[in-house]
Write a protein that binds this ligand. Structure first.
Ligand code: ADP
Length: 209
C-alpha cells in the first residue's frame, strides 16, 4: 500500500533526481520502494511540466525549472495584443487644461497624443501635466505639444510581444504606460492600445484566480 500522496511523491522524485540525476526510472522506483509502473504517471506529469527531462539511455535529469520560472513561462504565453487596454488619446493642439480634464474623465494616468489619423506623436504622464500646472502658465492656452514627451523618444510595444517583455520595458524605462502600436510601411506608428501597470496588475490578479 502506498502511503505517499501524489504531490508528496512528486516532490520526493524531484529531490531524488536533483541529488542523483541522471537516474533511471527503475532506480527512482527502487529508492521510493514502489514499482516502476506506479511511478509512470508522476514521471509523465513532471516531464510534461518541464521539471524533469527524460533522456533515452541516460535517464531523468532535473531541468532546473522552479515554480518561479514555470510561472514566468506561463505568463510569457500572454501577448501584448491579448491583454492590451483601450488607450485614452488627445491631439497635439489640445490645451494642457483640457488634457488634465481628460485625465479625470477617462480615469487614466497617461494620455497618448495622436495626429488626426491616429498616429503616435507623444505621451503625457500625470507628472508632465502637474509640472505644467504648477509652472504658473496659462493652461488654457498652452498646447500639450509643448510639454509632451515626443517621438522618437517614445518607448512602444507591438501586439505580438509577450507581456513579460512589456513589463520589463515598463520597469527598465521607469514609466507607467506603453502605447501598443502597429508600424506602417512609412514607419508611422498607429496606436491600437496600451499596456499599463494596471493592465499588468489585472492580468496577475486574473491568472491567480
Ligand atoms: P509620471 O511622470 O507621472 O511619474 P511616468 O513614469 O509614466 O509617469 O512618466 C515619466 C516620464 O516619462 C514623463 O515625462 C513621461 O512623458 C515619459 N513617458 C511616459 N511614458 C513613456 C513612454 N512610453 N515612452 C517614453 N516616455 C514616456
Amino acid at each position: 500500500m502506498e502511503k505517499i500522496n501524489l504531490s508528496q511523491r512528486q516532490k520526493k522524485i524531484l529531490e531524488i533526481v536533483k541529488e542523483f540525476g541522471p537516474i533511471s526510472g527503475e532506480e527512482i522506483a527502487s529508492r521510493l520502494n514502489v514499482s516502476r509502473s506506479a511511478l509512470r504517471p508522476c514521471l509523465t506529469v513532471l516531464t510534461m511540466s518541464g521539471l524533469l527531462e527524460a533522456r533515452p539511455r541516460v535517464g531523468y535529469t532535473y531541468a532546473g525549472k522552479n515554480a518561479q520560472s514555470l510561472f514566468a513561462d506561463y505568463l510569457r504565453r500572454f501577448t501584448v495584443g491579448e491583454v492590451k487596454a483601450v488607450p485614452a488619446v488627445v491631439r497635439e493642439e489640445t490645451s494642457v487644461y483640457d488634457a488634465i480634464v481628460a485625465l479625470f474623465v477617462e480615469d487614466v494616468g497617461t494620455l497618448f497624443v495622436v495626429d488626426e489619423e491616429g498616429f503616435l506623436q507623444g505621451v503625457l504622464s500625470r507628472k508632465d501635466l502637474l509640472k505644467a500646472a504648477i509652472g504658473g502658465s496659462d493652461l488654457l492656452r498652452i498646447p500639450v505639444a509643448v510639454i509632451m514627451t515626443r517621438m522618437p523618444h517614445l518607448v512602444t510595444v507591438e501586439p505580438d510581444l509577450d507581456v513579460v517583455s512589456a513589463a520589463k520595458k515598463i520597469v527598465d524605462y521607469q514609466i507607467d504606460a506603453l502605447p501598443v502600436v502597429r508600424e506602417t510601411e512609412e514607419g508611422k506608428l498607429k496606436v491600437i492600445g496600451k499596456i499599463t501597470k494596471t493592465t499588468l496588475a489585472r492580468l496577475l490578479a486574473e491568472v491567480s484566480g
